[in-house]
Design a protein. Sequence first.
Length: 392
Amino acid sequence: MGRALVVEADGGSRGNPGVAGYGALVRDAATGRVLWEGAAPLGKESNNVAEYSGLIAGLRAAQRIDPAADVRARLDSKLVVEQMAGRWKIKHEDMRRLALEAREIAAALKRAGGSVEYGWVPRAENKDADALSNAGMDGRTIDRMLDDLAPGAPGAGDEQAADEQAAGDRALVEEVIDPTPAVVQPEPGQGPTARVVLVRHGVTDFTTAARLDGRGGSDPSLNATGRQQATAAGRALAHLLGGADARLVTSSLARARETGAAVAKAIGATPVVDAAWDEQDFGDWDGASVHDLARERPEELARLRHDATYARPGGETHAELAERVLAAYARVVVAGGTTVVVCHRKPIMVVMAEVLGIPHERVWRLAAAPGSLNALEVWPDGTVSVVFTNRT
């Protein structure tokens, strides 16, 4: 059995349709402790789209916490609950698309051994998610992992240690950003020498099934949800760039090249492939289920995650991955101007850890959701500013 989690989600629109945003949180079902909080603006959307978006964000966060979790999703939207339970038909195209996305996440949890059930709660019992959705409508983006200790894990009963851990996580992963960022034109000679936007590819069937998928694996293509995420990333980049020119680089793997094609269409750029941005090679574990590895070979999986010198047979170490990725990043910086790089979770983690000085044992605290954007500015003296992270 997976970890028992409760997702509380909400969304709202000031005008319906109007300025919209969602909020969601994940609790440990046994203790009630909040493990994750999230919120984001959605632009001009309806209440129903915002409520579905909150549910999707909560389910994705639960999957991040435990890919085989048993999830109870609680919403004060009778419509979303009844539609997701299959008792009411879904007529609106936007809601059909969002319901399909939520069902794909739920199906991935079930395939890994977990479960998802939906329940309605009165608005008065959904106050925390409602407050987060108002933060989203106010233009705030929040992705805050508060506690990653499983029940019974070492230190799980130590309240002081847990609070210190939560404080550290908040400092690393919380972001509050303007909902409509723009490329600011600096005074001549005073601006950054390079702007870099790192984009994670959309999901594949391997992603949703929590399977390792490195540069030496089967190289799957985007699935339907992944294609939607790629299109959304392109729209976001077009808005972010505001018509400014940008180079576009992708890894050599299919999912990155396909995401890059959608981005290229949106921003009017020609993709250039650089295999140095490929995902880590997981050797004989390519295609393996993370859930199965966690159950059957936990010590080796922990080494792969936390020992930078460990490699699977036929694969590469994290240190080797970092060497090639940071060399590719240096080439992008030297070129100057604005470059969009479409790649993978671990290469993004490598760059972000390097510029933020995060040690390898903490690198997994960095979130990089499928289709997300992460922006950096490099200044003439070599100083790097992280403009935003994990924006979807």
